[in-house]
Write a protein that binds this ligand. Structure first.
Ligand code: DC
Length: 221
């Protein structure tokens, strides 16, 4: 039986992953962080020392396995949750996620993970590509300044060195690359609910989305 699917898309730093994680916890759904999967493939490519500009060398990912366990991402049975947040990964992930070979494999894996489960999945192409039939679709946005501020605090919390001005430039660059790439660019599904989180705190956004899902569920769809 198909579970309930919640798709959450939006640019880097809009608060997607923190929010999606809390919604999954509130509703007792499985949380799937698709950005973490693109980051993990980027990390693997860097560790293999392959030419990052040669898409043909990414065939290795067909044999790569992923599992989310207790909020941690395991790639090939190794916990990579911390390493995938490093700057070298952030700086290369837009390139890697622009490759058709990479997207085709990861989208198939994500669809498989969501099959027959209640899930909250966040990313850039979930509402219109990975789960086009999702029961709920949200697109989170926020000003670049606010997003940079949040990423900066996030880095400090994780013990990663951070410069807010550098982050602002990186976010702008990543937005540009993510929205203009040929394969599955960052964009809202036509039927997504738009939520500007600039002036809302995490709890307010979580509450807004959770309420909406509970309301609809009550009316029995
Ligand atoms: O959400 P994040 O910043 O961890 O995502 C890392 C990168 O992965 C981001 O530059 C865009 C890409 N990505 C994507 O192309 N498609 C997704 N569904 C999720 C992330």
């Amino acid at each position: 039986m198909k579970g309930t699917q919640i798709a959450i898309d939006g640019p880097a730093g809009a608060g997607k992953s923190t929010i999606a994680k809390l919604i999954a916890k509130n509703l007792n759904y499985i949380y799937i962080d698709t950005g973490a999967m693109y980051r993990a493939i980027t990390l693997k490519a860097l560790n293999l020392g392959i030419d990052m500009h040669d898409e043909r060398l990414f065939e290795f990912m067909k044999k790569t396995t992923f599992a989310f366990v207790n909020g941690k991402l395991f790639m090939d049975d190794i916990d990579v949750s911390h390493e995938i947040r490093e700057t070298k990964v952030s700086n290369n992930v837009s390139l890697v996620s622009s490759y058709f070979t990479v997207r085709k494999e990861l989208v198939a894996k994500q669809q498989e993970m969501a099959r027959n489960h209640d899930v909250v999945m966040d990313g850039r192409d979930i509402g219109y590509k990975v789960l086009p039939d999702a029961d709920f679709k949200f697109f989170l946005t926020a000003s670049i300044k606010k997003r940079a501020e949040r990423r900066h605090l996030d880095n400090l919390e994780r013990g990663i060195e951070s410069d807010i001005f550098v982050i602002e430039i990186e976010i702008e660059r990543r937005d540009y690359l993510d929205t203009t790439r040929i394969h599955s660019p960052l964009k809202a599904a036509a039927d997504a609910v738009m939520v500007d989180t600039s002036d809302l705190n995490i709890e307010q956004v979580v509450e807004l989305i959770t309420q909406r899902v509970r309301e609809e569920d009550k009316h029995g769809f």
